[in-house]
Design a protein around this ligand. Structure first.
Ligand SMILES: [Zn+2]
Length: 279
């Protein structure tokens, strides 16, 4: 599989570049706080689909970056997600889809999953309110720290990482405009989609278009032609792809500077403008 840092950095690039594009084309811009928080949420969510890599729960071993985020707890969750995904695979496979014993790179690696999880979060934000928002932020920001600061996490272990994630979540939650989280679900969904595109460029590909039958298979694995596909975790990814993505993240962030400038000028304007006559 593609490395965690590559997925997370692509998530950040996608959100920043997308935000710039939406501002330019549609004139809608996020506040600087929203931009920072949702970029991190998208980066973290770009690890989420790999919550289907099971490990050895009781030995606290194995699993992908996402599965190790909260130690044994998330390893157990990954075990459940993997089994559930395998169940969905076995129920919906055609005769041409290979038999499998493991659910990795199945349901959580489909467009349907990305849309469902994004829509579900958007729907639940209203009725479940702030505790739910806090929970989603905590989970995805912990993933973002795991992905973007992989070496720091390796050094300090999951307990300190979890504490740091909690602190970051409190700051992020305070920074977001209260009562309004229109982009939370979108950021998670986009992150998942970015993960799938990352997997798609490797030799394995992923069943992005499930359950649409292609060549008689509902779990048809979409990938690049053999020559173009990248070896996951290989030299190209480490030497070219990750540095290039990191560079792009900075470029995309710089693109956002006008947003910050606009915000500052609107602040100074509201200070400068005299109160209207008669009010
Ligand atoms: Zn994956």
């Amino acid at each position: 599989m593609v490395m965690g840092p590559t997925h997370a950095t692509s998530g950040a690039v996608a959100w920043l570049a997308g935000a710039g594009l939406v501002t330019t084309v549609a004139g809608y811009s996020q506040s600087p706080a929203e931009l920072a928080v949702y970029t991190a949420v998208c980066a973290g969510s770009a690890l989420l689909p790999d919550l289907d890599v099971s490990g050895r729960v009781f030995r606290n071993r194995g699993g992908a970056t996402a599965a190790r985020t909260f130690g044994v707890v998330s390893l157990f969750l990954a075990e459940c997600v993997e089994k559930l995904s395998l169940g969905i695979y076995l129920l919906t496979r055609t005769k041409k889809d290979p038999r499998r014993r493991n659910g990795h790179r199945t349901f959580t690696h489909t467009l349907v999953f990305a849309i469902l999880i994004g829509a579900l979060i958007s729907l639940l934000v209203g009725p479940l309110g702030k505790p739910f928002v806090f929970g989603v932020l905590f989970f995805t920001l912990a993933l973002a720290i795991r992905g973007l600061l992989a070496e720091w996490v390796a050094k300090h272990g999951w307990l300190i990482t979890t504490a740091a994630s909690a602190a970051v979540t409190v700051i992020a939650f305070a920074g977001l405009p209260a009562e309004s989280y229109p982009l939370l679900g979108v950021a998670v969904g986009v992150g998942c989609l970015v993960h799938m595109l990352g997997d798609l460029i490797t030799h394995h590909g992923c069943p992005l278009l499930w359950p649409i039958p292609i060549a008689g298979r509902t779990w048809y694995s979409v990938t690049l032609p053999g020559d173009l596909a990248v070896t996951a975790g290989g030299k190209f990814e480490r030497v070219v792809l990750l540095p290039a993505l990191t560079f792009l993240a900075f470029v995309a962030a710089a693109w956002q500077v006008p947003v910050i400038q606009e915000w500052l000028s609107s602040l100074t304007q509201s200070f400068d403008s005299p109160p209207e006559a008669g009010s």
